[in-house]
Design a binder for this molecule. Structure first.
Ligand SMILES: [Zn+2]
Length: 230
């Protein structure tokens, strides 16, 4: 081994995203920045090693020996990815959260309704793993405060679907005041005549559609199981 050659310089940081929650650069202490880039140090094997630091774009670029444009682009891409993972996590918790302490049979019904081609061994393990990952995502504070992530955070939504849940027409939060009037106005709306109108609990509007879909699939699943029994 030739030890006189300098080792190729490994990237020492990974860019986790951009945030406007932290406005002081941890590197040079400049204040009132519009936003900072969240960086996590990497160990020699390239694994994340330690807590995030927040650098202004110029300091982040200097630390990474990259241009500020590269850093800004990578930071927005990482932030976008994190938001997509948040959306995935909100769906997972909305859909499976209520089954976490259900009986194994109920748990399996929920899992197979959403994953009809699942061939693994334990729906329960899958469901618990998904919930753990989803919670870890929504409680990760690298880019901002903890997001709602428990069943206690669920709110009611009215979802309008096709009778066979093949299409979702609308998902809307039920207002705290005037909930009854709201329900009536949805039921009277000519656009939703002969559609299926259901109230579900979820973390957000989009996840509510998945919950409505699962409810339909569960009914189908149970009907199929019942027909096998005879
Ligand atoms: Zn700085």
């Amino acid at each position: 081994m030739n030890t006189t050659q300098p080792r190729p310089s490994l990237p020492r940081w990974v860019i986790k995203g951009v945030t406007d929650d932290c406005t002081t650069c941890d590197c040079c202490s400049r204040q009132n920045l519009k936003r900072t880039v969240a960086l996590i140090p990497l160990d020699e094997d390239g694994n994340e090693d330690g807590d995030a630091v927040y650098y202004g774009t110029a300091c982040a670029a200097a630390a990474m020996k990259r241009t500020t444009t590269f850093v800004a682009n990578a930071a927005s891409a990482a932030r976008y990815e994190s938001l997509s993972r948040d959306r995935w996590a909100q769906v997972i918790i909305s859909v499976y959260g209520p089954y976490e302490f259900a009986t194994p049979r109920e748990m399996a019904a929920a899992w197979y309704s959403r994953n009809p081609n699942f061939t693994g061994r334990s729906p329960r393990e899958e469901l618990e793993t998904f919930l753990t990952e989803a919670r870890a995502q929504l409680t990760d504070t690298t880019l901002g405060p903890v997001r709602p992530h428990t069943v206690a955070d669920f709110r009611p939504f009215v979802v309008v679907t096709e009778r066979d849940a093949s299409r979702m027409y609308m998902s809307c939060a039920v207002p705290g005041e005037g909930a009854e009037e709201f329900h009536q106005s949805v039921r009277r709306d000519p656009r939703w005549r002969s559609r299926y109108i259901v109230t579900v609990y979820a973390l957000d509007e989009e996840s509510a559609k998945d919950v409505a879909h699962l409810r339909y699939r569960l009914t189908q699943y149970q009907a199929e199981r019942a027909s096998y029994a005879f």
